[in-house]
Design a protein around this ligand. Sequence first.
Ligand code: ZN
Length: 114
Amino acid sequence: METITVRRRLEAARDDLDRSIAVLRGERPVSSADSPQDDADVGTSLSEADRAEAVLASATAQRTEVVDALQRIQDGSYGKCADCGKPIPEGRLEARPEASRCVACQSKRDRMRR
Ligand SMILES: [Zn+2]
């Protein structure tokens, strides 16, 4: 894949995430301290806030990955695994242009996190 294509895809992804994050921030319920609610309503809005929070956290994490990938394009390290230094297979970058590790190193990391 051409670097320019990757860069365009990453920039588009970053812009999409920026928009999603802005929407999520906007939709997050403001403190409801001033508006009395019964218990059922509080329960509902809490779980909705939690869900929005989780989506926002994952969008923010993904944005970080995308921005990091753009940075790697800048400094010429894009496409190499951050852990073992081997080239990341083209197919993986097609599917996930922001990937910073080869499949083997990434699954090792995912296992460690669990
Ligand atoms: Zn690796």
